[in-house]
Design a protein around this ligand. Sequence first.
Ligand SMILES: [Zn+2]
Length: 483
Amino acid sequence: MKEKVVIGLEIHIQLMTKSKMFCHCSTDYIGKEPNINTCPVCLGLPGSLPVLNKKALEFAIRTAVALNCGINQVSRFHRKNYFYPDLPKAYQISQYDSPLGVSGYMEISLPESKVKRKIRITRVHIEEDAGKLVHEGDITSSPYSLADYNRCGVPLAEIVTEPDFCSPEEAQIFLVKLRSIVQHLGVCDGNMEEGSMRCDANISLRDAKTGAMGTKVEIKNMNSFKAVKKALQFEVNRQKKLLDEGEKIVQETRHWDESKNITISMRNKEEAHDYRYFPEPDLPPLRVDLKITDEIRRNLPELPEARRERFIKNYQIPEYDAEILTSSKALGDYYEKAVSLYSNSKVLSNWIMGDLIRYLNEGKVEIENSPISPEKLVGMLKFIDEGIISGKMAKDVFEKMFKTGKNASQIVNENGITQITDENKLMEIVDRVIRENSKSIKDFNQGKEKALNYLVGQVMRCTKGRAKPDFVFKAIKQRVKKE
Ligand SMILES: [Zn+2]
């Protein structure tokens, strides 16, 4: 049987407001003492009443508009009921049958085929986050669980796509672009590792011949782009194998286990009716004036796609470079800062896409915390241009700069890494090499041009690579001709 992969995504983004969705508690909980950012509202104490955070609403509208959604002029809050210790109210305030944003789309471009695909966005709605349970070690073996409600009530926007992805790669490309969009919008930092952007996926295999839909499996707990791709790929293979063996796919929720690289069954999937959704009686219907939506749409900041086009046009760099440099807000900002200080825009993008990104990835450092600032990178490139160091030496200088955070001139001075610019000194070495390699001179005189390259190599070795190769070549040629 031939199957087609069908994937849909649900992404939660944490909106970067100062206070929570329905109360005044701070949203700044990372590294904070447990349960200090709490109040009767977010703890769900009897008699407390929620009040909607205006900024959270604005951020959610901004997100929905950027994803080409229509904004419902009247939307509603619902209670999604479930019992779990991280949710003191035993329900989450969310949106159900009339969400804030509907029927949007986002275009993704697939690198190999250059084909653009439109991914439909079903809805964008707002809801509150749950708290966090802290276990001793692994959840399955921990003797107890502690509840921390600092995150409880933090505002989220949930973005739901139609099942429009045909491969795990497409899902990953979408997520990278979505992250860049929400970063450019200034509504979410997009940090998947820290959970401020979370992705669940549902995946099924459709019979390619009959078009019959397969059973959907939901996958949770993928906290990096790589994990999303790996988990979905694993699930495609698992489902294919089951179908090939004549087995049935069970509708369930599976958990991605990063350490084992497998998905594990967590529970049978809940149906919407399991949540007993009902309208939230403490909040009136949410009315969003057309004027507000229009104003937000007019004032949208530059989005990654427009920025990419601008990079291609203004800095004359290839589309490929521009795509990578706008794949995150901070990377684009880094490049723009550097390019304002240095005119060779392509040399800059080469260093950023090559050495810088490699060292950042290896060291698991975010670009915002790069030990090499745009100013320091440009400082090093100017050293190359001035002939103080060679391009080859720069690789070494760059590594030392990354490891120590020092600037190029410090590294060069401390390590004596400079090109020899004193021509008299260089000529002394050239002459010595010529004296010591009479055979090569003979070879050259007999017509072997390559013998000169050997001599240049010898000079480079004697100077530990600190000579300028083109100067050395000219000097040797001059000397040899005289003899
Ligand atoms: Zn509170």
